[in-house]
Design a protein around this ligand. Sequence first.
Ligand code: SAH
Length: 353
Amino acid sequence: MLMKTLVDILEANHRLDNDQLAALLTTNDHQVVGYLCRRARAVAQEQYGTGIYLRGLIELSNVCRNDCLYCGIRRSNRHVDRYTLTPEQVMGCCEQGYQLGFRTFVLQGGEWGDERAQWVADIVSDMRRRWSDCAITLSLGEHSREVYALWRQCGADRYLLRHETHNAAHYARLHPAEMSLAQRLQCLDWLKELGYQVGTGIMVGSPGQTIAHLVEDVQFIGQFRPHMVGLGPFIAQHDTPLGDQPNGTVDMTTRLYSIIRLMLPTALIPSTTALATLSPQGRLQGILAGANVVMPNLSPADQRANYALYDGKASAGAEAAEGLRQLEAQLHTIGYHIDWSRGDHNSSAFAPH
Ligand code: SAH
């Protein structure tokens, strides 16, 4: 079968079998990769036009109980200056973000025990009261169903929790023994049941990842049908056990954006900071491959360096909330613009098969 035909099948049926996906992920034929990218871009534009949604990222805390082998803020990294923003600082970030035009705030951070759930709940409630027209997204790792329910009741709308890899053995290679793929998937199910718009995703090129793993990931995403799909290249962080491993690539990351766009036409897909960190053109390449969201950093400037998930993490220029004009100018060069709305998932547009 012609490789280009696979792209057409994927666009028409929103699925491919494992061998077909593997073929698209591995082909060296630039024409096919270019075609995949163009079809994904066309589908993204049919769904969302040439507007790119903004999410203001607030890095709440780099304190973490987990010890994920890839992550710079893992518990056993002694070289991290640990911080937690005060509720006042969080509100200050939101205030600044709101003035700049943001209508979605993402609170991301290391994972804490459930004993601090109420502290987060109070912040979410306060945000909900003060910015009633904004979406509130949380990205705070694994918790009990009760904690997710509490945060939802307080007004959180969305939750980002990447599954990282859908292969249990690979998951075990990236995480400490006390973490498991099964628990992560359980959390994702709870979040969906509780009515969150849910985001999942992976690091592309994480150590030990094979094409077969990526195929499993894509199939899982197709079945789980998350509202949001976060995909960024793995980037080594020098103080972690995986610090000497090679980074993921722009090519594989953008190929996955395109494949996911054709599988889930309405998905909200950020062109991630990790992709922008890997290459100066990464942000725009991601958008041209079918991404439709960017997440500029709204964290207090003096803490950004301490939220170093990986080496060289971009947090200035078009990555920063202050750099919105620069971002807008970059988007214009490829015929896109910022869409200032809340940017909810276009769920009515795409009925599942
Ligand atoms: N603690 C929360 C959120 C913070 S980490 C959680 O675990 O969900 C957010 C994402 O950053 C992770 O899901 C992971 O995919 C990504 N990340 C962490 N370390 C990374 C690295 N070295 N390279 C690229 N992405 C990384």
